[in-house]
Design a protein around this ligand. Sequence first.
Ligand code: SF4
Length: 343
Amino acid sequence: MIDAPTIAAVMTDLGEPPYRARQVYEALTRGLAVDFDGMTMLPAALRRALAERLRPLSLEAVETRAAPRGAARKTLFTTADGHPVEAVLMVYAKRATVCVSTQVGCAVGCAFCASGRLGLRRDLTAEEMVEQVFHFARLLRGDERRVTNVVFMGMGEPFHNYDETLRACRLLNDECGFNLAARSISVSTVGVVPGIDRFAEEPLQLNLAVSLHAATDELRDRLVPLNRAYPLDDVFAACARYVRRAHRKVLFEYVVLRGVNDTDEQAQMLAARVRPPHYHLNLIAYNDTGGEFARPRADQLAALRARLEAAGVSCTVRRSPGAEIEAACGQLALRRDEADPQP
Ligand code: SF4
């Protein structure tokens, strides 16, 4: 992926008129071109000159694994400097959602998360994030489908890489380019309060998701170490400010760990905090990453949901079509840590 100002600067250097820059930008973002060879609207000499100066692909796709019936696909990419990055496509009847990574590894270190075990290697650029989406958009084109939603919920904490994440959102939303509606883009944070406050001021109508995973500070300190910096009262105060400022709802994510955060006490505290109409809760069954935690049985998950709904919580259970290929929440980078050449 190459942004419009970069293309324009190169075209100016080459003495080309502005319409040529627009042609190339459209070919890359709407036509999803992977090189300049196919841009036959350009003179051959210009295609060669562009190929010498610009790289259309910001990541190299190394391997794609598909879940049975094609419900999910996970691709391992490498960056130009050799880091592994993973992204996932989840295909539903009417939607096709790409889950994008924003960092290589993650500094937060949630107790149940494979990505957190890597530690932070580096931030991804907006171009590297958008490339993950474009990759799946190209795969879907073969099925005559398109990417309908993007969630920044892969490896990394998006608000620890705020500027590039928001630049990626704007690139995806650009009506002269990929043109994905802002309301189809969600950014998920584990509760970085300054990031939530900043996000509330964004002019784009993006969605905010907050990963809770525990309803008391005592438990959350253990599961999500960042809770010591931003405890639950502060996170919920920031969410309330966000609702007032942005006039938008907040989606809370809750990875259910059997016998740990699905107890009566946690459910009660959760119900007291996640109140409709502005807050909605999404329960996600934990996927085994070889750690100390266990996945809840379907009946346990249903019972938790029923308890929360009886207490007035607006609540859904997220389907995880990627579990078979280790593409579900908390599983990205599970087997890739050895693959990274730069510890
Ligand atoms: S769950 Fe998210 S914030 Fe926590 S370690 Fe994993 S990637 Fe980082």
